[in-house]
Design a protein around this ligand. Structure first.
Ligand code: PLP
Length: 420
């Protein structure tokens, strides 16, 4: 094996989403928890992996394992070919202009830190401003907060309305000559809101402000075209997109990456080193110090092959249907309040149940085999905005079924009866 194998396309016929056929590709889904069939609804935290991804990892370590870029021997050539092949695959998936614009990192969190370190350290100064939104994950808040503290800059926050939509008039008002970057999520992990990224970039670009998009919750659910979004930076995590944990991606427009300071330093990111001076490597290697997660990159490329094979538009359409069904079932339960009712949503059912703490609800559901998440979802400002300490969150993937949502609703109803 040198290149990752593409997954078979398991959906037939054209118009029909054969969810049972798709589920066969995911071994983890076929198990019992507390004696009940697993209903996995924690996909926003991490997704399950198709057999093709598992096979790619086993195949790489079984046959091709070697370090990349610096070997002259056959295994190293094979590993390099597979690793760089994965980069090109990801470039095509995002419709980036060049593989030089694709940088492998550990996950979205490291991707945002890379941009904060490489772009922020160089281009943000005292008195400048960074604009984020009130629905960001902590990963897209804290790096900017630290940068602003270090530089004497100010963090500005676009508010969200009661449905969980960005208040676009406020966004437009916040942009100005001091704004050095906008960093906004494409899909909120706590609310499911899909933000109007094209409008976000268009407004920012009128004032020549670069935009970073946090795509951690978008890549698993919909097609992403970074040239259409026209963002300067786009980050996502492999593990939420059916790939391995420990691998993620930063897309950056080449012109910006070329101007950025190095992020981490060490081997592989250099062209030459003396004790007096180091010259840095070309893109994208300048931003990939040290031995990368080779198997992870290969596994991620296979995961993206897999979802492309299913059809991202079809995935999005099926998940819209699931989301509508789940919303209807939950909202019909007395005492349930949905948190996040944006006009355009993806894959997230966040809710609270009167008189039952989300953690208790999560534990009760677990005993029915239903895996959800309870807590602040690393988005404490969202909880504050909706005046709740936590929510229960069921998050969907294309392998979930309508019947699983019915099990969820029944279990929530059962919890309500227990707490009386
Ligand atoms: C919107 C969003 N951004 C960033 C992250 C951080 O992802 P990771 O922990 O994989 O870096 C998450 C994780 O839940 C997320 O949902």
């Amino acid at each position: 094996m040198t290149m990752p194998r593409a997954a078979a396309v398991p959906v037939t016929p054209e118009s029909h989403w054969d969810v049972e056929r798709v589920r066969k590709d995911f071994p983890a889904l076929h198990q019992q928890v507390h004696g009940k069939p697993l209903v996995y609804l924690d996909n926003a935290a991490t997704s399950q992996k198709p057999q093709a991804v598992i096979d790619a990892l086993v195949g790489y370590y079984s046959l091709d394992n070697a370090n990349v870029h610096r070997g002259v021997h056959r295994l190293s050539e094979r590993a390099t070919e597979a690793y760089e092949g994965a980069r090109s695959r990801i470039q095509r998936h995002l419709n980036a202009a060049s593989p030089r614009e694709i940088i492998f990192v550990r996950q979205a969190t490291e991707g945002i830190n890379l941009v904060a370190g490489g772009y922020g350290r160089k281009f943000v100064g005292a008195g400048d401003e960074v604009v984020i939104s009130a629905m960001e994950h902590h990963a897209n808040i804290v790096p900017w907060q630290l940068l602003c503290q270090e530089k004497g800059a100010t963090l500005r926050v676009v508010p969200i309305d009661d449905r969980g939509d960005l208040v676009m008039e406020e966004y437009a008002r916040l942009l100005g000559p001091r704004t050095k970057l906008v960093a906004i999520t494409q899909v909120s992990n706590a609310l499911g809101t899909v933000t109007p990224i094209e409008e976000v970039t268009e407004l920012a670009h009128r004032q020549s402000i670069p935009v970073l998009v946090d795509g951690a919750q978008a890549v698993p659910h919909q097609p992403v075209d970074v040239r259409r979004l026209d963002c300067e930076f786009y980050v996502f995590s492999g593990h939420k997109a059916f790939g391995p944990t420990g691998i993620g991606v930063v897309y950056g427009k080449e012109a910006w990456l070329e101007r950025m300071a190095p992020y981490q330093s060490g081997g592989d990111m250099i062209k030459s080193v003396t004790f007096e001076k180091t010259t840095f490597n070309d893109l994208p290697y300048r931003f990939e110090a040290g031995t990368p997660y080779i198997a992870g990159a290969i596994g991620l490329a296979v995961a993206l092959d897999y979802i492309s094979g299913l059809g991202l538009d079809r995935i999005a359409a099926y998940e819209r249907e699931l989301l509508a069904h789940g919303t209807e079932l939950l909202a019909a339960i007395p005492g349930v309040r949905m948190i996040g009712t944006a006009r355009h949503k993806a894959a997230v059912l966040s809710f609270v149940l009167d008189g039952v703490h989300p953690h208790d609800l999560g534990t009760i559901l677990d005993h029915q085999g239903v895996a959800i998440r309870a807590g602040h979802h690393c988005a404490m400002p969202v909880m504050a905005r909706f005046a709740v300490p936590a929510t229960a969150r069921a998050s969907l993937a294309f392998y979930n079924t309508r019947a699983e949502l019915e099990t969820l609703a029944k279990a929530v109803q059962g919890a309500r009866e227990i707490f009386g």
